[in-house]
Design a protein around this ligand. Structure first.
Ligand code: APR
Ligand code: ZN
Length: 261
């Protein structure tokens, strides 16, 4: 089936669904200038993911210093990034009442910047927008700590003397219980689950499309390259998220107009 026909099929699925849920990954933010992880030239082609595990971070001051040096340089790229047409298309689907919520693996806050309400974005890998103390739990706005780190405080420390870490979930770090519960509830209660821009290789996030499918939902995957779960999907579109989602939203609106006349 041609991509055009598939976008039409997806638009029809969205129209007749009662509850649509999206799961996004780093691929939805590459067109905003934020590199993904596993594409050629992605973050894990430059850095060893082992180096950024939670165990390493806890193990030594030196590991925390290296982690914070990376984060110091990466944060400005994220902070200055703007939502791209893919984020805006999902935000428009939400405004049309055709998107219940977005589960995201991303920590860049771009879904919220695109206008989707905070409580409709489930950040299962946390967020770069805050920093937390692993000892006393105090939460700091990232901007405040970024200034201190750029001034040379490496690694930054909490006023209690505790260890500060960006509020993201690193490999080996426990998943946020509340967000995972919300994500599983969303996956099991939707009738259409749309994956956008994820290789679907990191668990438990990658189990959500399968959970949705097992719960009776249709599964759509929109990704530049094949993913680990393409064979479970009802529709797979290998293409850019922005062009594909813009097309789909245009078709949804056209069908809504047709139905209303
Ligand atoms: N449009 C559509 N898909 C894209 C685009 C684009 N413009 N750009 C990249 N992609 C696809 C890539 O082909 C790739 O398959 O997005 C996918 C991104 O996959 P990953 O880099 O593995 O990112 P993600 O799936 O979000 O990784 C999950 O792994 O390292 C951890 O915590 C990190 O949240 C991240 C998790
Ligand atoms: Zn503290």
């Amino acid at each position: 089936m041609r991509v055009d026909d598939k976008t039409d099929v997806v638009a029809s699925l969205i129209l007749k669904s009662e509850r649509v849920v999206a799961l996004t990954g780093a691929g939805i933010s590459t067109e905003s200038g934020i590199p993904d992880f596993r594409s050629p030239g992605g973050i894990w082609s430059k850095y060893d993911p082992e180096e950024f595990s939670f165990q390493r971070f806890l193990a030594s001051e030196d590991a925390r210093r290296r982690y914070w040096e990376f984060s110091r340089d990466f944060y400005p790229v994220v902070a200055s990034a703007k939502p791209n047409a893919a984020h805006l298309a999902l935000a428009e689907l939400y405004r049309l009442g055709k998107l219940h919520c977005i589960i995201t693996q991303n920590v860049d806050g771009l879904h919220q910047k695109s206008g989707v309400p905070e409580d409709k974005v489930i950040e299962i890998h946390g967020t770069l927008m805050f920093v937390v103390c692993l000892d006393c739990g105090k939460k700091y706005p990232r901007g405040e700590i970024q200034k201190r780190v750029e001034a040379g405080e490496l690694p930054p420390r909490c006023e209690c003397g505790g260890v500060l870490k960006p509020a993201t979930i690193s490999f080996g770090q426990p998943m946020p219980a509340r967000e995972m519960r919300l994500a599983e509830e969303a996956a099991t209660s939707c009738d259409l689950f749309m994956v956008v821009g994820s290789s679907l290789v990191v668990y438990p996030a990658a189990s959500l499309p399968l959970l949705a499918k097992r719960s009776g939902a249709r599964l759509v995957i929109i990704n530049l390259t094949p993913t680990a779960h393409d064979n479970y999907a009802d529709v797979v579109i290998h293409g850019k998220a922005s062009a594909t989602l813009q097309k789909i939203v245009m078709l949804v609106k056209a069908k809504m107009r047709e139905n209303s006349t």
